[in-house]
Design a binder for this molecule. Structure first.
Ligand SMILES: NC(=O)c1ccc[n+]([C@@H]2O[C@H](COP(=O)([O-])OP(=O)(O)OC[C@H]3O[C@@H](n4cnc5c(N)ncnc54)[C@H](OP(=O)(O)O)[C@@H]3O)[C@@H](O)[C@H]2O)c1
Length: 294
């Protein structure tokens, strides 16, 4: 089967699509025939060597596809099920940017039924991260939240999930994204943050600048573990590191079908053009995810 990997760190040109052995599901795992797999900033970071790693690193964390084989004890999953999954790992020889991927059954959820697989492939990583970041903040209905990077994949889901819970959301984004951010449910919009919010979810990785916009004794959650600023003014600071969670992902898929979460695809690329997709991501300015289709 074909798979996108890196065997040397560098720019988009180091991404190779090669023939790999068909991965076999062990106990507690399923093999998914990939229909679509989103390209995320984490793939660019792994490609460039930000996390180091071994001889061959597989790319791709998000997947939408069809269960095609199951190991023993693979839970509720059967051949033919339409699913989405998060394939979490900084260092794996093969990822979701491939024709087939093996993942833990507990990372899998039924795909949303109201969108196609290309759109569904943009859900797992960023919706789970947004939900888990909101968990860290422990906000109640009526409290205020500033989401930085609100026009991005993670920030956009955070705006929608928080709004759905009755939290008063202000989105920080580029001026040209105001309409988009408000359409996601943000009642406030800012390009510079200034304010005193109960909490900040810092998807744009602004760090101390974003911490300054939290009221005394509020909460800050970052998205790069270890890079969150130190606490000041008794503001609780933490960072989220996404965890695979099939049950939570199923909840996210239901929210897609209920229209609470919307999925944004910028462009699709053939798997064989994975390097071109990385180059497009590196150009910046995207609104919506790039999705690879084997
Ligand atoms: N810890 C985890 O488990 C985890 C999981 C998922 C993602 N992440 C991280 O979360 C971050 C966001 O991911 P993503 O996929 O949502 O990225 P994304 O789609 O590129 O979104 C980032 C958004 O922030 C905007 N932005 C950046 N700096 C800004 C500024 N100074 N003012 C206004 N807007 C600004 C960007 O606008 P421009 O495009 O115009 O710059 C973009 O709209 C990445 O660093 C990613 O690696 C972490």
């Amino acid at each position: 089967m074909r798979a996108a990997v890196v065997r040397a760190f560098g720019g988009p040109e180091v991404v190779e699509v090669l023939d790999a052995e068909m991965p076999e599901p062990a106990a507690g795992q399923v093999r998914i025939k990939v229909t679509a797999a989103a390209l995320n900033p984490i793939d660019a970071a792994i490609r460039s060597g930000a996390f180091g790693g071994d001889d061959q690193l597989g790319l791709g964390w998000d997947v939408a596809g069809t269960v095609e084989a199951t190991g023993d004890d693979a839970g509720v999953w059967n051949t033919g099920d339409q699913v989405v999954a998060l394939d979490y790992s900084m260092a794996k020889p093969l990822g979701t940017h491939a024709e087939y991927v093996v993942v833990d059954a507990e990372s899998v959820a039924k795909a949303p039924t109201t969108v196609d697989a290309v759109a569904a492939a943009t859900l797992p990583l960023n919706a789970l991260t947004a939900a888990q970041a909101l968990d860290v903040l422990e906000l109640s209905s009526g409290q205020s939240l500033l989401v930085t990077g609100a026009a991005g994949a993670l920030g956009g889901f955070a705006v929608q999930l928080a709004t759905h819970r009755g939290i008063a959301v202000t989105g920080l984004a580029r001026k040209s994204d105001e309409g988009l951010v408000r359409s996601l449910g943000a009642t406030g919009f800012t390009t510079d943050g200034a304010g005193a919010y109960d909490a900040v979810l810092d998807a744009a990785v602004l760090g101390e600048a974003a911490l300054a916009w939290v009221r005394d004794t509020g909460a800050y959650v970052g998205v790069i573990p270890g890079a969150e600023p130190a606490s000041v003014r008794e503001v609780r600071t933490a960072a989220v590191l996404v965890r695979p969670d099939g049950a939570r992902l199923a909840e996210m898929a239901r929210l897609v079908d209920e229209g609470v979460l919307t999925l944004r695809v910028a462009e699709t690329f053939a798997l064989d053009d994975a390097a071109k997709a990385h180059a497009r991501l590196a150009e910046g300015g995207l609104r919506g995810r790039l999705v690879l289709v084997p």
